[in-house]
Design a binder for this molecule. Structure first.
Ligand code: ZN
Length: 465
């Protein structure tokens, strides 16, 4: 269910956040609390300012049960054990996702497929994965790389560990007693502040939260909200009271950090741009509308963007503790096409000085990346400048063939002589000669072109002054 002010509308940059409960069918408290949460949000829109703000600014998706089959076979009153944990085919859904660290050979289940499809269709920013049987907020990674130096319970930290620790503690400190770190029973661990790194507790392969973070660009935290997996229904009211604040406040954290649009210089959105916060080696992507979100703690950051056909871009921004920072990213094509919208944004082109140069003149200095112009474009537009340019600059197909076949023959000969690996290619005299002639051609033509480019651009810049 989507709960929001206008759930059927998707305003630009309105973030999506989700809760998934009951993926282990016998961990039943979350399933019930999700129904209470939906009711609470809807009933309090006009009476609770926080709820109103949340629903006005956020799209909240709630899946009360990811494993209804497991729940059917689970037994009320069973606080521990595995009856109902698995789906009807006997698979543990929290071991069923593709894994960042290890190959997961488990047969992928329909429930897993459905969640993966959901993540593909909605760009979630933040997520809570609700379990039972312990009292702790556990954050990625759940798994770890094989390493002779790691022990069974060493932490496996993400590049966003500061953010995850913070998000986990938002829940645990808003929970009535999770932050106290009291063990559920003798022999089970108590967690400092009620939070833990997943792998530091126990590593697992195929978990949903690592998948969300690595493959879905979503910050997901796992909440173990009840010491008893399937308590008697008479206790549900207490669980709602203990968890209500944590569940509500965690949702609001989706508005921390940065968001914006990745676009080109004509304000067209760039979908699937690969984004990274410098110093945090984890890629996430812009949506089909160019939107991106990333939860970050206060500080100054640089975001880096890459997209096919565009030069890499980066933007510096500051996050404060107040409201989300909006930082759009403009990307410029690797090859500028002739586009009148680029020409002289500061005033009309001076016609009497126009000598017919049809390059993408920019309003700013060359360093902003707008001035790069493809050789071929210059060739086609400046033929009248120098007729000889086009002919002399084109390298024929046969010249390419000559070069590459020369290299190929050299490689085969050397291999036959037994003194060459695939990675080590000393060219023969023939190949050197073929390559040399091509290098000379490249040297001359590209040198000539670059000279022309510089002269033409300098001239056009001078005219504009
Ligand atoms: Zn569980």
């Amino acid at each position: 269910m989507v709960v929001s002010r206008y759930p059927n509308e998707e305003p630009i940059l309105k973030p999506n956040v989700k809760y998934v409960a009951n993926m282990h069918g016998n961990e039943a408290v979350g399933r019930e609390l999700m129904l209470h949460l939906i009711t609470y949000l809807i009933n309090n829109y006009y009476t609770d300012n926080y709820v109103r703000w949340l629903l006005d600014t956020t799209r909240i998706h709630i899946m009360p049960s990811m494993n209804p089959d497991g729940f059917e076979s689970a037994i009320e009153g069973q606080c521990s054990g595995g009856q109902g944990r698995y789906n009807a085919r006997g698979f543990d859904l929290n071991r069923n996702f593709p894994d960042f660290f290890k190959t997961n050979n488990k047969q992928q289940q329909p429930e897993t497929d459905a969640v993966k499809g959901w993540l593909d269709s909605v760009q979630f920013v933040l997520s809570g994965n609700i379990h039972g049987g312990a009292l702790v907020a556990s954050y990625p990674y759940d798994n770890e790389a094989n390493n002779m130096f790691t022990t069974f319970s060493s932490p496996s930290l993400t590049p966003d560990d500061d953010v995850f620790r913070y998000l986990a503690s938002v829940f645990s400190f808003n929970h009535e007693n999770m932050h106290l770190g009291i063990p559920c029973r003798d022999g089970t661990p108590g967690f400092s502040n009620g939070t833990t790194n997943g792998a530091a507790w126990y590593p697992l392969t195929g978990g949903m939260q690592d998948y969300n973070y690595v493959y879905g660009g979503v910050m997901e935290v796992t909440f173990e909200i009840s010491c008893c997996k399937f308590p008697l229904k008479s206790e549900l009211e207490r669980y709602w009271r203990e968890n209500r604040k944590g569940l509500l406040h965690f949702l609001g954290e989706v508005h921390k950090g940065v968001k914006g649009i990745v676009k080109d210089s004509s304000n067209n959105p760039i979908p699937k741009a690969a984004l990274k916060i410098r110093g945090r080696d984890m890629t996430f992507y812009s949506t089909k509308r160019g939107e991106y979100w990333r939860i970050l703690l206060p500080g100054s950051y640089i975001i880096e963007a890459r997209a096919d056909g565009y030069k890499p871009a980066e933007e510096e921004f500051i996050i404060t503790s107040q409201e989300v920072t909006i930082q759009n990213i403009t990307m410029y094509p690797t090859r500028v096409v002739s586009d009148q919208s680029h020409v002289s944004s500061e005033g009309p082109w001076e016609k009497h000085l126009d000598i017919g140069l049809d390059i993408a003149a920019t309003a700013g200095p060359m360093a902003n990346g707008e001035g790069s112009t493809s050789d071929t474009q210059l060739l086609s537009t400046h033929e009248k400048f120098d007729d000889s340019l086009e002919k002399s600059s084109v390298i024929s197909e046969s010249e390419y063939d000559e070069y590459f076949s020369g290299m190929g023959i050299a490689k085969e000969q050397e291999k036959a002589d037994g003194n060459l690996t695939d990675y080590d290619i000393p060219p023969t005299a023939d190949a050197v000669s073929a390559a040399g002639s091509l290098v000379r051609n490249f040297g001359f033509h590209y040198g000539f072109n670059y000279c022309t480019v510089i002269i033409v651009l300098a001239f056009s810049w001078w005219l504009r002054l």
